[in-house]
Write a protein that binds this ligand. Structure first.
Ligand code: CS2
Ligand code: MN
Length: 390
């Protein structure tokens, strides 16, 4: 069976560990958000969090994220020091029995949506719309050189979109696109983002890819020694944005990762919602090809439209066929005799969730609904297997 988990942002999260346990989770996905990026996660701090989770009757199943310092992505500044620290953190995590680390290698931004409260029949969902995003880029961020990234048609459409927005909705768009990193309540500012983007000038897809592979090969001895597996989260959304390269958006990117790294401890966080936002990504095919290197599963669905815009659909709806993925995961677990950690990833914000101070996408009741639907599908898969005598 999949190991049922939910993300917990630590003591600052409005959703408590008891809530998560009551939802039927046996594990928690968490991170030490209070430790500055790059610094060592000490044995003491790890133990403190681990005991907190265990006191609620669960285990700390996966770290999400042990963030990779921007210097490592650029391979300049203090990158060597951050890599050395990273190895020590991995060692400390391994010694505490935490064996999966999820991270991403997206420069500057961790994830991006243009609307955090897109109304659906069942509450509100996170949405990404190209016109809105281009309007942000062109008329709010006013990124130097932005014009050359878009066609006249795209610019016109973004302009028309922007002109129709009320002042309040312009501010909403800005704050949605500039929210801070996971676990932080501090938003980016325009100046902030522009300065960070400048630091990545001249770094293209190939360069960023080679920085990722070098980083992973350098930490591989520490991974093997500590037993920790690195599960990379796909780009979210899986397209280049703000002129930044993206290197974990489709199957070719995954193949490149596996071909250029040496350790079996290098693997994937298979996020159906992120990969699924790109229509060429055939999720079942990808799952079959890369299954043995999937160390963590994020289950959520996205509904795309013709223009490549998407919103986060209910777990039983949208374009990702989660039933097929759960079926494939069940087969894989039997063949490989292992149990894969899974979290329902995001959920809708239901009316009742508004009363809880949670992070966007991490509502309690909405995620619990997603988890219940996932459990139902998994139950059906097992029932079917039993009927077939498997
Ligand atoms: C999530 C994460 O968007 C996703 O698929 O799994 O990327 C997460 O929401 C971000 O890290 C922000 O917390
Ligand atoms: Mn995800």
């Amino acid at each position: 069976m999949l190991q049922k988990t939910m993300r917990w942002y630590g003591p600052q999260d409005g959703v408590s560990l008891q809530d998560i346990a009551q939802a039927g989770c046996t594990g928690v996905v968490t991170a030490l958000h209070h430790i500055p990026v790059g610094e060592i996660w000490t044995d003491q701090e790890i133990k403190k969090r681990k005991h907190e989770v265990e006191a609620a009757g669960m285990v700390w199943q996966v770290v999400e994220s042990l963030p990779v310092h921007e210097d490592i992505k650029r391979r300049n500044g203090n990158f060597q020091r951050w890599i050395d620290n990273y190895k020590i953190s991995l060692q400390n995590l391994g010694e505490n029995g935490i064996q999966v680390v999820t991270y991403n290698f997206m420069p500057v931004l961790d994830w991006l949506r243009t609307d955090l409260h897109y109304p659906t029949k069942t509450g509100t969902a996170l949405r990404f719309e190209w016109d809105a995003f281009r309007a942000f880029d062109l008329f709010i961020l006013k990124r130097p050189g932005v014009e050359k990234d878009y066609t006249t048609e795209q610019t016109e459409a973004a302009k028309a979109y922007f002109e129709k927005l009320s002042e309040e909705n312009k501010a909403r768009l800005a704050s949605s696109c500039m929210q801070g990193l996971p676990g932080s309540k501090e938003a980016f500012s325009r100046e902030n983002i522009l300065a960070l983007l400048k630091e990545f000038e001249g770094i293209d897809e190939k360069t960023l890819q080679s920085h990722l592979f070098q980083f992973l090969n350098e930490i591989s001895p520490a991974l093997e020694k500590s037993g920790v597996k690195m599960a990379i989260h796909p780009d979210d959304p899986p397209f280049p944005v703000l002129g930044l390269p993206r290197i974990m958006s489709h199957a070719d990117h995954i193949r490149a990762l596996l071909e250029n790294t040496t350790s079996q401890h290098v693997g994937l966080c298979f996020c159906t919602g992120s990969f699924g936002a790109r229509k060429e990504n055939d999720l079942p095919k990808m799952f079959k090809e890369f299954g043995s290197r999937i160390y963590f599963l994020h289950l959520r669905s996205t509904a795309r439209d013709q223009g490549g815009n998407f919103f986060e659909a209910d777990h039983l709806a949208g374009d990702a066929n989660l039933y097929t993925i759960i079926k494939l995961a069940t087969e894989l677990q039997h063949v490989e005799n292992r149990s894969i950690p899974m979290r329902p990833d995001h959920g809708h914000q239901l009316q009742i969730d508004a009363a809880i101070d949670s992070f966007p996408g991490y509502s309690f009741v909405g995620r619990m609904k997603g988890l219940a639907e996932i459990c139902g599908m998994e139950h059906a898969v097992y029932q079917e297997r039993a009927e077939k005598g498997l």
